[in-house]
Design a protein around this ligand. Structure first.
Ligand SMILES: C[S@@+](CC[C@H](N)C(=O)[O-])C[C@H]1O[C@@H](n2cnc3c(N)ncnc32)[C@H](O)[C@@H]1O
Length: 209
């Protein structure tokens, strides 16, 4: 009987993937991943099921995983660290936790803090990627917040929120396409971030300096 392996890819560049993740992917006969992940992993002629491509609803894919994981070697590949806002939470609704083997990895936010040479031990980490969380409440705790963003809840949205709550003196760092060749890192005042437009996958860090 096999476990379901939930494998962390890291931010995307294979240099930031753990050897344990590479081994878990090599072990699988079926790889579940996002389209973008195919740039980072070697799938060879193994079966690939794309997640989030719109071809097949996720609930249907997971129902299949539930019925098949014991007899098929399935690796579900997720970006960043699987313990931080990934499909691991959803997978646990279909497969019992004791049957899941999760391989950790480098989160996009962890990578971004490192790129900025900034410790993250005191930062609040949160997600506005398809969800609402109270950024201002978290900022008031320690002054530094790392945020997963999406097309709508982006740097400009965060800047407007900061301005409305009197945090005009904060700095906003935007990390786009982190670890990929197109990586772009931008430091902005709250005023300048109000009109900033990201080009792709991005995260934001709000800090004092
Ligand atoms: C579903 S969440 C996954 C988070 C992931 N588990 C992690 O630890 O980073 C997707 C969000 O992660 C962020 N993200 C993931 N990879 C990224 C990258 N290479 N560059 C910038 N942001 C990234 C973006 O904010 C994106 O909207």
């Amino acid at each position: 009987m096999y476990p379901l392996k939930v494998v962390s890819l890291g931010p995307g560049n294979p240099d930031y993937m753990l050897p344990a993740a590479t081994k878990a992917i090599a072990w699988a006969d079926v790889i579940l991943c996002g389209k973008r992940h195919l740039e980072s992993i070697a799938v060879g002629n193994r079966e690939v099921i794309l997640i989030g491509s719109g071809q097949r609803p996720l609930a249907e894919i997971m129902a299949w995983v539930k019925s098949a994981y014991k007899t098929r070697r399935i690796a579900m590949v997720v970006s960043g660290d699987c313990g931080f806002y990934s499909l691991l939470s959803y997978a646990r609704r279909f497969v019992p936790p004791e049957a899941i083997e999760a391989v950790p990895g480098v989160s996009s936010l962890q990578y971004f803090f490192a790129k900025l040479g900034m410790p993250w031990q005191d930062a609040q980490l949160m997600s506005l990627h398809g969800r609402q969380q109270d950024l201002i409440a978290r900022l008031s705790l320690t002054g530094t917040v790392g945020v997963l963003t999406d097309g709508e809840h982006n740097a400009a949205y965060i800047a407007a929120l900061l301005k409305a709550h009197g945090y005009d003196d904060k700095w906003i760092y935007v990390g786009e396409e982190l670890s990929y060749p197109e990586e772009r890192i931008t430091k902005l005042s709250v005023e300048d971030a109000l009109t900033f437009q990201e080009d792709g996958l991005s995260v934001v860090i709000v800090a004092d300096e």
